[in-house]
Design a protein around this ligand. Structure first.
Ligand SMILES: NC(=O)c1ccc[n+]([C@@H]2O[C@H](COP(=O)([O-])OP(=O)(O)OC[C@H]3O[C@@H](n4cnc5c(N)ncnc54)[C@H](O)[C@@H]3O)[C@@H](O)[C@H]2O)c1
Length: 396
């Protein structure tokens, strides 16, 4: 059993608590820190937590606490992590790890020199659909991954601090792009270096200093391309989709809208439908088990199993640092309108990977361009002569 201090009693703190304690789990939240007394007391009552406080260090240092779960606004992650290092408490941090790579790097170095367990709570690489899709990718069902695309768009976050650039550290690139980058990076290979990015970002709708819409390309050293589409201005709920394309196959994943559960209601007596659903009348797309669909259960299982076995979880502060570094490059590119290099002072993956030959061998003299079966029943090969470069058809 792990005894947890939850820092933050808001939106994600409650999702985490529901996941940690909602399934007869053996782990238990024993301390809750929140900014305001009434919310820490309410959370303590709702989740039967013995200790509640408005002093962050008191919660972390609480002698009954084994592991600290940070569910605070982005500008408070570093302070909380440093206190966990001071008190030598295992620590898990929600996304994004830092407001930028410099913060993330300081946190990574601090937990590693303190020798404490560190987990990066990137739930979207733990959704049941992601886990299944990733297994197929790993087993080679898609061949060599060429393009991994991830979209998270919704009508905007639920608390004031997200909209304040100083506290949040960025707009939708940081808030949502962090998920998308880690999803694409995992499909492409976490040991493959992200080398450069091209990013468009704009503030199209909201009266804020940050971007509310962005699209970016992330180039990897093996020639694969990652792509993200993120928005705080999208209407129609929470759109959470991934696409993976390889030389031998394709996977499309829809995590949230249109997942197979569809409902119509006039609205009489309707209530909560799903995160950021926007509406609770008309045709709706409820989500069967949000905690599970969003990956929280599998994520915490991996985190706590790793902690107990003295191993690293699948997602660590190092991953959070790489993600922040990619996103920093996106911000630079959105300004410069150029491809910008990803600066990674700490890199633990493969070095000097080259792009594999794109050509498929047919025989000694030819490459295969394509095999075709036409609507009139002809089977043919399109071949290219290696010497002359001539492309021609061969009937089968
Ligand atoms: N899918 C996900 O993984 C996911 C989803 C939502 C949010 N998050 C992350 O979780 C963190 C918290 O987001 P949230 O949505 O729970 O926010 P929230 O506003 O709903 O809750 C924030 C909590 O932090 C506490 N807090 C302490 N000091 C604060 C301060 N100075 N200002 C504001 N709040 C303060 C508040 O009391 C509150 O309990 C963020 O880093 C966010 O990016 C992750």
């Amino acid at each position: 059993m792990q005894r947890i201090a939850m820092l933050g009693s808001g939106f994600i703190g409650r999702f985490y608590a529901d996941s940690l304690q909602g399934y007869r789990s053996r782990d238990k939240i024993v301390s809750i820190y929140s900014r305001r007394e009434e919310s820490s007391k309410k959370f303590a009552a709702d989740y039967k937590v013995d200790h509640s406080t408005i002093n962050m260090e008191e919660s972390i240092a609480h002698p009954g606490v084994d592991v600290v779960c940070i569910a605070l606004p982005n500008n408070l992650h570093e302070e909380a992590v440093m206190l966990c290092c001071k008190h030598k408490k295992s620590v898990m941090v929600t996304k994004p790890l830092g407001r930028n790579a410099a913060e993330a790097k300081r946190m990574l170095e601090a937990v590693e020199s303190a020798g404490i367990f560190n987990g990066y709570l990137e739930d979207l690489v733990y959704t049941p659909k992601f886990l299944k899709a990733y297994e197929s990718v790993k087993n080679g069902a898609l061949g060599r991954i060429l393009w991994a695309k991830s979209r998270e768009t919704h009508p905007g976050p639920h608390s004031e601090w997200f909209w304040d650039l100083e506290q949040a550290g960025g707009g939708c690139i940081l808030d949502l792009g962090c998920h998308c980058v880690e999803i694409a990076r995992t499909y492409i290979g976490k040991d493959i270096r992200p080398v450069e990015v091209m990013c468009w970002a704009d503030t199209q709708v909201k009266p804020i200093d940050a971007e509310d819409h962005s699209i970016a390309l992330v180039k990897y050293e093996n020639g694969a391309i990652g792509q993200f589409e993120v928005s705080w201005t999208f209407r129609g709920g929470l759109d959470l989709r991934d696409e993976v394309m390889g030389t031998e196959g394709t996977i499309w994943v829809n995590n949230f809208l249109r997942t197979g559960l569809e409902m119509f209601t006039t609205g009489k007596g309707a209530d909560y439908v799903a995160e950021k659903a926007e509406s609770n009348t008309g045709w709706l797309f409820p989500v069967g088990d949000e905690l599970n669909e969003l990956g929280y259960n599998h994520m915490f299982m991996d985190m706590f199993n790793a902690l107990e076995e003295g191993k690293s979880p699948k997602e660590t502060f190092y991953d959070g640092y790489v993600v922040n570094s990619v996103l920093d490059a996106c911000y630079r590119s959105a300004k410069s309108k150029q491809w910008e290099p990803v600066q990674l002072d700490i890199w633990r993956g493969q070095e000097g990977v080259t792009k594999p030959s794109p050509f498929v061998e047919y025989d000694e003299e030819h490459y295969l361009v394509k095999e075709e079966l036409t609507h009139y029943g002809a089977r043919k090969l399109i071949l290219k002569n290696k010497q002359s470069g001539k492309i021609f058809e061969k009937e089968m």
